[in-house]
Design a protein around this ligand. Structure first.
Ligand SMILES: O=P(O)(O)OC[C@H]1O[C@H](O)[C@H](O)[C@@H](O)[C@@H]1O
Length: 320
């Protein structure tokens, strides 16, 4: 287990008294300079550190939190990361066992593979909404108020909330759900590692290439003509939408709540406005770099007309 201050409670007052061996845990001392890695369960270095600790200690499970413990992720006993879409798939499998057919609300950058997994394998409904943990939680609450049952709201960032936990944005509670599942399986077979969790995400299709490229809008650029970066971003999205509608290889997602989401070349992309920054994040998933580049080129073709948009990061991706 690794994380910061609040984790000490889970470690000292919950896991240890219950008999868990937590010796391999690391980075439990709070240090605001974050000397070990960025405290983010999506961060490559953070996930590598916890994976290594799991393997070195032959642990059944690794769990990792951000600094205020509202984002979390796990690593199974074989060293497989359970974060992003995989963690949502795993939590969906657990929640759908308890509440068959329920709706899972997620943010907008979740994969097409996740939708297929929730709907075809688990028999639930995937409501792909907007980025932002507050947005997904509020949407799940709204759905329940309209009579559509939803028990789980999750973001790929590792934020997540459950109806049974009063919709608190609570990474520790997510991990306790995984630990419960694990403990139940271990009473039947103590040498099973975390296979019970690994098995639950069996069948989740994953893209070979997954990238997020963040395109900045220069707010002081003359092309904004004194307008806001939001308006400028919206006009880029509108233009992209019209360019896509003329391309026979690309299809706009029929149901979408944020930005422009398009499928094609066996993959998909989403271009949207950042929640806070003058940035258009572009997410691309495809089965090969070549297909991902075709999707990236379609965005570049539309975006290059907008001189206040810095496309350096996209160009770099396309030239790699
Ligand atoms: O829109 P972005 O710039 O990608 O930021 C999106 C993120 O913003 C905040 O940090 C929210 O707490 C997260 O829930 C959200 O995922």
């Amino acid at each position: 287990m690794q994380g910061m201050e609040q984790v000490a409670f889970l470690w000292d007052k919950v896991l240890k008294p219950l008999g868990a061996v937590t010796d391999g845990s690391q980075f439990l001392e709070p240090d605001g300079l974050f000397p070990n890695h960025i405290p983010n369960p999506e961060d490559k270095a953070a996930m590598e550190a916890i994976t290594q600790a799991v393997l070195n200690n032959k642990a059944d499970l690794g769990i990792i939190f951000d600094t205020d413990v509202d984002r979390s992720a796990a690593v199974d006993s074989s060293g497989r990361e359970l974060n992003r879409n995989r963690l949502i798939a795993l939590m969906s499998a657990i929640v759908l066992e308890e509440h068959p057919g329920t709706t899972v609300v997620t943010d907008s950058v979740t994969s097409d593979g996740l939708t297929a997994f929730i709907e075809k394998k688990l028999g639930g409904k995937h409501h792909r909404f907007k980025r932002g943990y507050k947005n997904v939680i509020d949407e799940a609450i709204r759905l329940n108020s309209t009579g559509e049952e939803s028990h789980l709201a999750m973001e790929t960032s590792g934020h997540g909330a459950l109806k049974e936990n009063h919709w608190l944005d609570d990474g520790a509670y997510m991990m306790v759900k995984l630990l419960n599942k694990l403990a139940g399986a271990r009473t039947l077979n103590p040498n099973i590692g975390s296979k019970v969790l690994t098995d639950l995400v069996e069948g989740l299709e994953e893209a070979a290439v997954t990238v997020e490229i963040r395109l900045k809008i220069d707010q002081n650029h003359a092309d904004l003509k004194g307008g806001s970066f939001r308006d400028y971003g919206e006009s880029i999205l509108k233009h992209l939408e019209s360019v896509i509608s003329k391309d026979p290889n690309l299809n706009k997602a029929p149901k979408n709540h944020e930005g422009v989401r398009v499928s094609g070349y066996g993959g998909w992309f989403l271009l949207r406005l950042s929640l806070h920054d003058p940035v258009l994040p572009l997410n691309i998933e495809a089965q090969s770099k070549n297909d991902a580049m075709k999707l990236g080129l379609a965005v570049l073709a539309a975006a290059s007309e907008f001189s206040a948009l810095d496309t350096t990061a996209l160009n770099k991706f396309l030239q790699q």
